[in-house]
Design a protein around this ligand. Structure first.
Ligand SMILES: Cc1ncc(COP(=O)(O)O)c(C=O)c1O
Length: 416
């Protein structure tokens, strides 16, 4: 279902933080890739849990049964959000990084020294570090090269995957450059050698409908705080796969998937928020089932975000001294746009924009290998702008005006 500018303005009413006035002006939240703002429905669900149903799970009394229902409903909603066949395939954790480390401990028990894992230079460290750590256990980690245009090199990809590859771990979309990776190629290469395919969908889940069945991933991870929810990590594992893995677990813990990787007590209140976040997204779509509404909503939101992102991309390039990094908007791309400005560090620009109530991020955002490859680390990384469903063109215009003014001051001081 189309998501229009009017829908965006209506949606903004749902997010209390967007009403904040700072120094006489509304704050412009263009920092979504580091975590989106949260709508009332999510805040209410979390607070309702604490007001009425705060308990531990699996007790034989009312609040514990209610807590069980909260967890079950969140799992069902998360499975629907990801297109998983059932809730049994979705585990929860503190965040994506923690879940990936836990999974790496389980997968290494299935490997032998000399076995190989393929990661990419473009990925966030959360999808690199846990695998690089396995070198201590004799695992060989190979890296797919990032090209200067911000895309992975497909020929190098084919070279890195060998008969010894046991896992291909790839990001769906880059939180640094907005690149959408060729997961189909990764799958094809992984399948040809019988390796598992793991997809980091943390960045993409906020911007595109996710379908784990269509992606044909063995594992897929994301984080609800990137899609209007609280801080909870989600792990999808192919049906039957997690049951076979030796996870780090207590003997008191449930042996079956999805529980066998969930150590300790989950954040039940936050899980109430995960369910509400999925329902919130679905409220912008149409269809009979929750899944249909999620896909319809995310399709419309993706097109809206692409339009606003493209407008920023095309406009910011016109400002003298600005370089835009990553792919253009002619194809599939996340609406996350990173720039550098001659004569200023990203931190200086972010600070000056921050003084105007315009919230953008500077740095490498843990996609530090990509920043190194592109020679951006020495320059302090990039200035990143992220478009999500509540961002307007008017906010982008404010950002563009701020940037033009900042760039002009630099040009004037150079001329002096
Ligand atoms: C692409 C990507 N992967 C992984 C992560 C890590 O997610 P988490 O904070 O849930 O550990 C992030 C966080 O920014 C990310 O953007």
């Amino acid at each position: 279902m189309p998501f229009t500018e009017t829908d965006c303005l209506r949606a903004r009413q749902d997010f209390p933080s967007l009403a904040r006035i700072w120094n006489g002006r509304p704050l412009a939240f263009l920092d979504g890739p580091a975590g989106t703002q949260v709508p009332n429905a999510v805040i209410e669900a979390i607070s309702r849990y604490y007001r009425t149903s705060n308990a531990n799970t699996r007790g034989f009394f009312p609040t514990s049964r209610e807590c069980d229902a909260v967890v079950d409903e969140a799992r069902a909603a998360a499975a629907t959000f990801l297109g998983a066949p059932s809730a049994r395939e979705v585990s929860f954790g503190a965040n994506m990084t923690t879940l990936t480390f836990a999974l790496s401990h389980a997968l290494v028990r299935e490997m032998r020294p000399g076995d190989e894992i393929v990661i990419t230079e473009l990925d966030h460290e959360a999808n690199r570090g846990p695998w690089l750590h396995l070198r201590e256990r004799g695992i060989v980690v190979r890296e797919v090269a990032l090209r200067p245009d911000g895309r992975l090199d497909p020929e190098d990809f084919a070279r890195q995957v060998t008969p010894k590859t046991r896992l291909v771990a790839i990001g769906h979309a880059s939180n640094l450059l907005g690149t959408v990776n060729d997961v189909a190629l990764a799958r094809e290469l992984a399948r040809a050698v019988g390796a598992w395919l793991l997809v980091d969908a943390v960045h993409s889940a906020a911007h595109f409908p996710i379908d784990v069945v269509a992606l044909d991933a063995d594992f897929l991870l994301c984080s609800a705080y990137k899609f209007y929810g609280p801080h909870v990590g989600l792990l999808y594992a192919r049906p039957g796969l997690l049951d076979r893995l030796q996870t780090d677990k207590l003997r008191t813990q449930d042996d079956a998937a999805p529980y066998r990787i969930e150590t300790g007590t989950l954040n039940h209140a936050a899980l109430a928020g995960v369910g509400a976040a999925v329902e919130y997204i679905a409220s912008w779509g149409e269809g009979e089932t929750l899944r249909e509404r999620v896909v319809s909503a995310m399709t419309g939101i993706a097109a809206y975000e692409h339009g606003v992102g493209r407008y920023y991309y095309e406009s910011v390039r016109q400002i003298p001294g600005v370089t835009v990094w990553g792919p253009d908007f002619s194809g599939l791309r996340a609406p996350t746009i990173s720039i550098t400005v001659d004569g200023l560090t990203p931190e200086e620009i972010a600070t000056r924009l921050g003084e105007r109530g315009i919230q953008t991020w500077d740095g490498h955002f843990y996609a530090v290998r990509a920043a190194e490859v592109l020679g951006l680390v020495e320059r302090g990384g990039v200035l990143r702008t992220g478009i999500v469903l509540y961002n307007t063109r008017e906010e982008v215009d404010r950002l563009l005006a701020g940037l033009a003014e900042i760039a002009e001051t630099v040009a004037a001081s150079v001329a002096r």
